[in-house]
Design a protein around this ligand. Structure first.
Ligand SMILES: [Zn+2]
Length: 515
């Protein structure tokens, strides 16, 4: 069985998804979960892009020791040096340096001749190799590059010290057949290729990212780049869980495996979905809510007689449990703590206490507390509340089919003082948002609003996701509460708080890159 290294770029390429902005603590939580999943390499960010990105890459490099941590860098001295500063404390420092190799990118974007591009790439790899034991070099837009040129530049960067060669389909243009040809060509025409691992990185613009990744693996790629839930620029990246499970289920065909801890897949997917606010479609392969639901009577009958009649993947393989009732109203703090540990909680004692109080409050209103409930409370307490500048104290809404909805809100301001405001709207949520805008005293534009329930049943928790434009930037926020209106208010306040936080820590992306 060939071992395929998994290079996860959820925190770099995935974080570039429109409307996604993870803060420092959220990135760290995701990195720790990727480590638990057994990911070989975590691309934690682009350190030279901002102080915020630098700080989170550095924190991940210092905390996560079970995976190799990497950062993206342009072929510039400053980028390479900054990346080393961010990564030097990691277990296996690794840089991901790139330059475009397609005619259209070289001519119009870089305004360089092919010879200049080779010189530049070789110089960057040589510089990186002075400090980094592992140097990954990427040919941006490889799938639209000239094959003999690609072979020539790869030969040169391997001689300069590159240990991984990544050939991305940056724009999601290639097909399984073509990508197989490209990997086959490079394997046959680069004489020193045995000194490097070939890597594949695919985008889903034509819906072929996973198929292309698997074709590349069949044709010599020993590393696959992907994101959890397939999030990323435009239509997204190849989805980690689909590749890992396809290789596992079809070992007979691919004769390759990732070695990931597959039963961590569901939890990883849920965490990334909650923290990014990017919902997983019900019909999504492997992690969608319906991925294991047999609806047809004939299928159900078959599965009851013998599961293998219609079930090729078991829910247990990827850690999908039956979401059973786990705790009740009378569960004590000890049982609660134990359950949270099982779910991967690693917050502080204070956060544990906060989650416990929220749990007790929920248990008064909801009969069965499930794993999904605990997961929602835990996420809210550990990462959701870490950025409070504005805090909701009380909320009252007056609604009737014949009245004008009115909201009255008491809020704690960043200055520490408490204010009360009221406003009307054409609906309850609008009345709340109009009131909050008065408190904040600046224009806050709502660009997206989405609501979902944590579990089934009318006593479920409500989760609201919003995107707002405030203070010149777009920011997402989320709120969980037992009531939909309270969750709506919390999500809006969370988005505003996150905007302020990002400004303070300079987490703003100055120059997102797409490789
Ligand atoms: Zn990409």
């Amino acid at each position: 069985m060939r071992k395929i290294n998994v290079f996860d770029t959820t925190l770099r390429d995935g974080e570039q998804s429109a409307g996604v902005n993870l803060n420092f603590q959220e990135k760290l939580e995701i990195a720790k979960q990727l480590e638990r999943l057994g990911v070989d390499i975590i691309e934690a960010g682009f350190p030279a892009s901002s102080q915020g990105d630098f700080a989170s890459v550095q924190a991940i490099a210092r905390t996560v020791k079970g995976s190799s941590i990497t950062g993206l860098a342009r072929s510039l001295e400053r980028d390479i040096e900054t990346t080393w500063e961010a990564l030097k404390d990691s277990a296996e420092p690794r840089i991901h340096v790139f330059i475009a190799t397609s005619p259209i990118h070289m001519q119009y974007k870089l305004k360089m001749t092919p010879e200049q591009v080779i010189e530049n790439a070789v110089a960057a790899v040589k510089l990186a190799k002075k400090t980094f034991p592992q140097v990954q070099w990427s040919a941006e837009d490889a799938s639209r590059s000239d094959l003999p040129f690609l072979a020539k530049i790869i030969q040169a960067v391997i001689d300069a010290g590159a240990t991984v060669i990544n050939l991305p389909d940056t724009v999601g243009y290639t097909t399984p057949y073509e990508i197989g040809q490209m990997f086959g060509y490079v394997s046959e025409n680069v004489s020193n290729i045995d000194r490097a691992i070939l890597s594949t990185h695919n985008h889903d613009d034509l819906g072929m990212a996973v198929a292309n990744s698997l074709a590349a693996i069949q044709n010599g790629a020993g590393q696959v780049e992907c994101t959890v839930n397939g999030i990323g620029e435009r239509a997204g990246n190849a989805s980690l869980e689909e590749i890992a499970v396809a290789l596992n289920i079809r070992q007979d065909h691919y004769k390759a495996d990732t070695g990931l801890v597959l039963k961590e897949i569901k939890r990883t997917s849920s965490l990334v979905s909650k923290l990014t606010g990017m919902v997983v479609p019900n019909n999504k392969a492997v992690v969608g809510a319906n991925a294991f639901a047999h609806e047809s009577g004939i299928h159900q009958d078959g599965v009851l007689k013998n599961k293998e009649t219609y079930e090729i993947i078991t829910p247990e393989l990827v850690g999908v449990s039956s979401n059973r009732m786990v705790l009740g109203k009378h569960s004590g703090r000890h049982a609660f703590k134990e359950k949270l540990m099982e779910l991967g909680f690693n917050g502080t004692e204070e956060q544990l206490q906060k989650t416990f109080v929220a749990f007790k409050d929920l248990a008064d209103k909801k009969k069965d507390i499930t794993e999904d409930d605990l997961f929602a409370l835990m996420t809210e307490a550990t990462v959701g509340s870490s950025v409070a500048h504005y805090e909701l104290e009380t909320l009252q809404v007056n609604y009737g089919t014949t009245n004008i909805p009115t909201a009255t809100i008491t809020m704690k301001l960043p200055t520490g003082e408490t204010v009360q405001e009221a406003a009307t709207g054409s609906g309850s949520v609008e009345a709340i948002y109009n009131t909050l805008e008065r408190v904040i005293d600046e224009e806050v534009l709502l660009t997206n609003y989405r609501i979902q329930s944590t579990t089934a049943g009318r006593d479920s928790l409500a989760e609201v996701y919003v995107t707002v434009k405030y203070d010149g930037t777009e920011s997402s926020g989320r709120g969980t509460a037992h009531d939909v209106l309270e969750a709506s208010a919390k999500a809006y306040i969370n988005a505003v708080n996150r905007t302020i936080n990002r400004k303070q820590f300079n987490e703003q992306r100055t120059n997102p890159l797409n490789v």
